[in-house]
Design a protein around this ligand. Sequence first.
Ligand SMILES: [Mn+2]
Length: 424
Amino acid sequence: MNTVVASPGTFRFLHAADLHIDSPLRGLSRYAGAPVERLRNATRRALENLVDLALAEQVHFVLLAGDLYDRDWQDFHTGLFFRAQMVRLGRAHIQVFIVQGNHDAQGTITRELVLPDNVKVFSSRKAETVHIEALGVAIHGHSFPQREVPEDLVPHYPLAVPGRFNIGLLHTSLTGASGHDTYAPTDIATLKTRGYDYWALGHVHTRAVECESPRVVFPGNLQGRHANETGPKGCELVSVLNGQMDARFVALDVVRWQQITVPLDGVDSLAQASQAITAALAHATAGAGDLLHALRVHLTGRTVLHTAEAEQPGTLEAAVHAAAQDVTGAELWIEQVQLQLSSPIDRAALAQGDDAVAELLRLVDSLAADPAALAAWTAQACGDVLHKLPVEAKGEGHWADPATLKALLMDAESTLLARLGSAA
Ligand SMILES: [Mn+2]
C-alpha cells in the first residue's frame, strides 16, 4: 500500500512511546502566570510533530510502544484527536503499529472508536505477527490486557521469521525476571532469544539505547510532563538500507523541562547574582528554536545573599523571574526556584564571643543537638500558636518531626542573625 516505492530491506520508520496524550497537569494552579494552555496542549502538539516528521521523512510505518493515553479518556475528544492524526498518516499511506501499555491497557480505556485501516493495534490475548511483504518486514507485538502484567511476555513472542527484518514491539520495565514488577518485566538475554533485529520498547520515559545488537531502545516519552522529565523528548528515526540499520533520535517536544543550578558562592551583591542567573538562563535556552522552556532553578552556595533573603524573603525568587525577563531569543517560564544557600558567617568564631549573638548561637547549637530539648522548647515557645493554626498550615502534622523542627530552627537563626546585623 506504500506509495513510496522501496525494495525489500530498504525502508524508514519512526519509533515512539509513552505519548500520554492529555495527561493531566497536577498542581499547576499554584504557580502564578503558568502558561497552562501551552502545557496542557503539549502532548497533543508533540504528536502533531511526530506525524509531521513521518510525512516529511516519508517513512513507511510508525511504531507506538504503549501508553498512548495517560488514563481512561475523560470524553471522546482525546481519542478523536489521536484518530485525526492517524488519518493524516493514512492519507500518506503510512501504516501504524501499536501495543497498549499499562496506562492504556485494553481493560483501562472504556470508550471505543473504530480506528482507520492504516492502524493496527496488537492483540492483548496473545503475541501476533504482522508482515509487510513489500518491505520484507515482520512486526511482532502483544498489548497489555490490563494495567498489571507481572509475567514476562517475551517467551510467548514468535521466533524471528527467517529472511525478514524482525521487529518486536513491547511495553516493558525491562527490570529482569517475572515477579519483580507488574510491567511485563524481561531482560536483554530473553529479548535476544527471539532473534529479532530491533526491539521497539516503551514504558521508561528517559531515552535509552539498551543494546546495539540487536538494537533495543526506549525512545523516552514524546513530551516531558513535569520538572522531573527533563531534556529533549522525541522519537527514533530508523533507516534500513539493504538490511543495514541507521538510527537517530529526533526531538519533537514543544515544552522542554530543565533543572539548572546556579552556584552563587562568594557572590556579594544582588546585581552580581542577577548577572550570573541571566547568563545561566541564556545558556540553558540557547539554540533550541521556538520551544517553551520550563525551568526549575536551584541557587546554591555560601553567600551574603543568604542574609538578604532572610531579611526580605522572596528576593532571590524575584531576581530569577527578573533575569528570565532579560533573556532574549527564547521563551521561558520559571516553574520553581529552590534555594540551597548557606551563610558565609563563621559561626564557630561568632559563638565564641560573649555578646547576644554568641548566646543565640550557643542556644541554637544545644537545641539542634538534642531533639527532645528542641521539641520541648518549641512547644513552650510556640505551643499556643501552633495549637491555634489550622491543620493545613501545620503542614500535615509534621511539626513534631525532628528534621522539620531543626530546619525551622536554622531558618530562625538566619533571620535573627540578619536582624542583628552580624552578616557584614
Ligand atoms: Mn508505562
